[in-house]
Design a protein around this ligand. Structure first.
Ligand SMILES: Nc1ncnc2c1ncn2[C@@H]1O[C@H](COP(=O)(O)OP(=O)(O)OP(=O)(O)O)[C@@H](O)[C@H]1O
Ligand SMILES: [Mg+2]
Length: 317
């Protein structure tokens, strides 16, 4: 393997690798990811819904052939859900079994011995952060090198401040202490990808630890390529019109501009309906595949659709 730990020497090579998995990254994203991989730094990806933040983490794991460990953030997510917890029901069961067997032999239980038995790895439930820091059998070895798993901390903006502070601590030295067992430290730091929809700002302290990239909606040309790769059954001429209209939809101030997934769905839907081009009727009939809010649909319906379609067709020529 040439290049860095991951066998690539520059962002272009990374773009090519990701393309093999049907992920088309623009230059800015490839540069940011290349640097994060080469410097072993977490990367924070912000951007609107559906621009490919989560998908890029999946694609990197698929490319390297390493596990993707996902921590989905939500309001109230805490260390128990993120790091580890003790398997309380199994501990209780174990205790009951011990009591019964000891009663049969009419000997008492030694509290210290029992406690020691209850707090062992056997009863430890590993949550994503601990899995990523101490991946054990999940680790991939290649040519004597250890390839770490990808840790995706998805939608960090949904978690609260305390959790973010906690994350910062765990990511600062890639080690986690379980008081009863000791400290786990990563042999090789995991590839950390943090995403945010920016419903609130991520704290500066966390940002300082990470490289940062704002993921844009794709350009018209790139979106055409994405549609043709992800939905090969769609005719290219239709893909061109879909991408052009989606581009336009993102410029008219919709409440929820379409993400790439919706655009692919729309192209597929039109294709299923037997359309090879978009006209006013087919656009109106299939809007539900791309716009999920009535107000947004109304706004598009109120536009001059013939003009919109003509503009799209011209763009695709
Ligand atoms: N650059 C890309 N190349 C190919 N396909 C893409 C790309 N970006 C997005 N997609 C497609 O769009 C879908 C949605 O992307 P993804 O779920 O990663 O968006 P997201 O930014 O995480 O959105 P959200 O903020 O809603 O979670 C993916 O499943 C994939 O099919
Ligand atoms: Mg996502």
């Amino acid at each position: 393997m040439a290049g860095n730990l991951f066998g690539i020497s520059n962002p272009k090579e990374l773009t090519t690798e990701l393309e093999k998995f049907d992920y088309l990254a623009d230059e800015g994203l490839s540069v940011a990811l290349f640097l994060a991989l080469s410097l072993s730094r977490p990367i924070l990806l912000e951007g609107e819904a559906g621009v490919g933040k989560t998908e890029v983490a999946r694609t990197i794991a698929a490319w390297l052939g390493v596990p993707l460990i996902r921590l989905q953030c939500y309001e109230g997510v805490d260390a128990q859900m993120a790091v580890y917890e003790w398997d309380y029901p199994r501990q209780l069961l174990h205790l009951r079994t011990l009591e019964v067997t000891q009663a049969d032999h009419s000997s008492g239980l030694d509290a210290e011995v029992v406690e020691g038995e209850l707090y062992t790895e056997r009863f430890l439930i590993r949550r994503p952060l601990l899995q990523a820091i101490d991946p054990g059998s999940l680790t991939k070895k290649e040519n004597g090198r250890v390839l770490p798993p990808v840790l995706l901390i998805d939608e960090v903006d949904r978690a609260d401040d305390e959790f973010e502070a906690f994350l910062l601590e765990a990511l600062s030295d890639y080690s986690i202490t379980v008081p009863e067992l000791g400290t786990f430290t990563a042999e090789v730091p995991p590839i950390v990808i943090i995403t945010s929809n920016r419903t609130r700002d991520v704290h500066d302290a966390l940002k300082r630890r990470c490289l940062y990239h704002w993921v844009e909606h794709p350009s018209f040309e790139r979106e055409v390529e994405i549609i043709t790769r992800r939905a090969p059954e769609v005719e290219r001429s239709l893909a061109i019109q879909v991408a052009a209209i989606a581009d336009k939809m993102r410029q008219v101030g919709l409440y929820k501009p379409p993400g790439i997934a919706e655009v692919i769905d729309w192209a597929r839907s039109l294709s299923l309906l037997g359309e090879t081009k978009i006209d006013a009727d087919s656009l109106k009939a299939s809007l539900g595949a791309i716009l999920k809010y009535r107000e947004d649909q109304d706004k598009i319906r109120s536009l001059d659709i013939t003009e919109l379609v003509r503009g799209a067709v011209l763009k695709g020529v």
